[in-house]
Design a protein. Structure first.
Length: 203
């Protein structure tokens, strides 16, 4: 009685092993040394972070990126969320930055109204003695103030949109000047939580 021929332990001549990372055809075993390298025992890579999951849980009960974005969209919401949020630094930072941005804009608008009043009163005083001088001062001052308030409004609108988009997207952006203050109000720098935080440096 004859026995069937044994399968040779090597790949037939001319047959190339599958490319790295690909599975061999059905019914065939991959040759030694091919395929993805095995990871550490019990290791599973972290899932891809969502828009707000890398910033940890929120005591508000809403996704952190939604809470932070709503803070830019509605000023009163920023104030409420800033005070009721107890653990999520991402939400506290963005709501604090939204509050500071609104305060800075209101202060600049108030200063503009004061400057506008001074120009009007100054032009009226000059017009009582010299009509030409008063009109020139009023015209130049009005044009300058209109350009200034227009620039302030454009800068505020750009920062407001930038901050809101970044918050809804789960990103951290620090505005000049007020960003550092918002970071202190939030309790420190905003960093991702485990397992999305970067590994500690090796010594």
């Amino acid at each position: 009685m004859t026995t069937p021929p044994q399968q040779p332990p090597y790949e037939p001549y001319g047959q190339q092993p599958p490319p790295y990372g690909q599975q061999p055809p059905y019914g065939q075993q991959p040759p030694p040394g091919y395929g993805p390298p095995p990871g550490p025992q019990g290791y599973a890579p972290p899932p891809p972070p969502g828009a707000g999951s890398q910033w940890g849980p929120s005591s508000i009960g809403i996704e952190p990126n939604i809470s932070a974005g709503l803070g830019y969209l509605f000023g009163i919401v920023a104030i409420i969320f800033f005070f009721i949020e107890k653990q999520n630094r991402f939400v506290k930072f963005h709501t604090a930055q939204a509050i500071l941005l609104a305060i800075a804009y209101l202060v600049l608008v108030a200063l503009w109204f004061i400057a506008f009043t001074v120009v009007i009163l100054g032009s009226a005083a000059g017009a009582s003695s010299d009509v030409t001088t008063g009109n020139a001062i009023a015209g130049f001052g009005t044009i300058l103030l209109v350009l200034c308030i227009g620039a302030v409004a454009l800068v505020y609108l750009g920062l407001w949109i930038w901050g809101m988009v970044a918050a809804f997207s789960g990103r951290v952006v620090k505005f000049p000047l007020i960003g550092a203050i918002a970071e202190r109000w939030a309790g420190g720098p905003v960093v991702p939580v485990y397992p999305y935080a970067p590994p500690p440096p090796a010594y």
